[in-house]
Design a protein around this ligand. Sequence first.
Ligand code: C2E
Ligand code: MG
Ligand code: MG
Length: 753
Amino acid sequence: MRRALSTASWAASIAAIIVGAAHGFLAESLASPWAWTALAVLGLGVVVGSPVHKPSFTVLATLVVSCVPLGFALALSRATTSASTIETLMVLSQATLALGLAVFVKRRLGSRASAVLADGVIVAMGAWVLIWVVLVRPLIDTNATTSLTTLRAASLGVAMVVLFLLATLLFSDTSPTIAVGMFGVAIGLGLVGVVLRALSFRGDITINETTFVAPFLMAAGLAGAALLHPSVRDVHKPGSVRLSPPLMTRLLTTTVSLIAPIIVLALTDAHGTQDRVVRTLSVSVLAIAAMVRIIQSVRSNARTQERLVRNALTDSLTGLPNRVLMLEHIENAVQQSWRTNRQPTVLFIDVDRFKNINDSLGHSIGDDVLMHVASRLLTSVNQHATVARISGDEFVVLDPTTESPTQSVLLAEQVLDAFREPVTTPEGDMFVTASIGVAYAPKAMELSADDLLRHADTAMYRAKGAGRNCIALFDDSMLHTVSQRLDVETALYRALERNELHLVHQPIVDIDLGIVVGFEALMRWNRSDGAAVSPAEFIPIAEETGTIVPLGSWAINDALTHLRQWIETGVVTPSTTMSVNVSPRQLNDPQFVATVSNALQATGIPAEQLWLEVTESVMITEPAQALSALRRLNTLGVRIAIDDFGTGYSSLSLLQQFPIQCVKIDRAFVQNITDDIGTRNLVKTIIAMADALGADVVAEGIETEGQLLTLQSLECHRAQGYFISKPVATADVPNTVKELHDGDAWRNHTTSE
Ligand code: C2E
Ligand code: MG
Ligand code: MG
């Protein structure tokens, strides 16, 4: 149906052109068969097209109200009707068209019309000057009455308004629909008709009535064709308006509209005062329109430029300066400080655990939090300070007025204070904390803005390392730490393939039975240059860089392989367990569960004999992911131990949610257990709690006989520590086990790693 109507519409438009032309050339009277055919096409459009496509009321009303008086005017021109009545009908028809077009243009362009209006005025005024000189002025010389001349001139004037609106529409429409195109051509043809008709009144040119009616007939037919086309439904909808339509077409049209009247005015003489006044006024309006257009252009260019610069220098979310602009501010502050007594302060502020907020609550809440942080920072500093957001959750504050390190730290404390109140989000209130690195420009020392910012950044890392939600002041030793860390980081990437890593094993004993029931595998790194790096140093780096994932997998495989050997060679009983430490990062690795299950299969160790030790932090930072991985591991049969228990901040409810089969009491409690009754009671409680959860208990870091005996009296059955055995190299395990089993050797144990 749609396709059929579209074809019919095209056929009708071709027919309209042909019959219009035929009427112009061949018809002898106004009422020729050609003319009737063209009108029939219009009728077809109205009768068939409009009920099917239901074009907007404005379109239909404009069409009908402008066509009817036009038809009457043309039909009556032969009759005895007075010329003034006919001209009035013509003006009425054009005025309706102009009104309809105006509504139409306004609707299609919306609020963005102003840019193209000035161009429309230029085109219409340019055409008006020509029309005035060629048509309207000569009309005054004819012997028609003044009122008739005025009406004819008015008709031409309104025609120029129509032209203006048409030009505006075409200048702004990026993808005109076919119906809009057909209506446009129809209106253009109507204007041609008006001009030809006006020419015929001059007297010196003879234009046949049938000739100047031809364009009107084509226009009517085309309007009918447009009504048949399916795209007429969307004619009134706002089109995709571009802000800067193709420059060349627009420029050419406006230039021609400016130059043509100037040439015409230069080549023709003015006839009397009236002509001169009209010419002067018209050219003045044209000049004003051109000026307005130029001003608009310049302004819009300036605005675009300003927007580009602003976008390049500010952060789109918070509107704060970005890194580039902040560096400029710091550079200025440092430069000026040389002349004053000041030591500008730079604070590097990183929102703690922002990734968790983003991941768990979504990016829009994350954005909300960042906006809150930005406004808190702005209100917490004085008006001389600048606040910038330099990336994700990193903000920088610059105060160029501080005069001493003490003032710098006070400023940082003031900023940290701004985080005390909870942030209100649609998900509820939440406490957001930040780690702040403080750096100040030292007196009499040249320091670039980049360096100062980097110092603050380095100090911020120190603050993070110190447990977050705190301040760290930069000092030179930090630079050394940073470069050292960088060195470890790079070497760690290669450590695995260079075989620089190995495992040591610390026995876990059953205190009551006096036998080794398991081992904890601990990683050791001896660098190729001979230096031994402690796990306390390299494990956190491996966690941060993600290297812990391959390192951890290797550890599980290696540990289980050794256990297999010891069981096979009878060094240990077949039910001996192996504990391997696991980082949160590993639990987030989608491959982790598969890695564990492959290692178990490859070594043939029953899953129940593998203990994975996780710290409490896992439960706090990434509960959802960790929980799912741990549950899947549990389903495999693998046991989960909670390491360093009591040092984290896990709540009982979290503990209950997690599948835990063993609690490892941290060394910190064991240390004081003999002297401090409070600690002893605490350990008693932990043991009772583990019992309630149905979990085993292992005490870590036993260094004295007293500690061992106290733990035994508290009903803790398993223990691990230097008093029993230090972690030992793989090759030494058989000896160590033998010594531990042979009587009371625990007291004089000498095996070393
Ligand atoms: P952890 O899992 O709590 O391991 C126990 C740590 O305490 C080991 O330190 C061990 O050598 C030490 N230790 C054992 N008994 C005593 C004692 O009686 N007195 C004292 N003072 N210390 C004792 P180590 O080997 O330096 O490991 C430190 C931490 O590094 C481990 O703490 C664990 O969190 C981590 N780590 C070690 N190996 C790995 C690994 O393969 N993967 C992961 N993710 N972390 C590991
Ligand atoms: Mg451990
Ligand atoms: Mg531990």
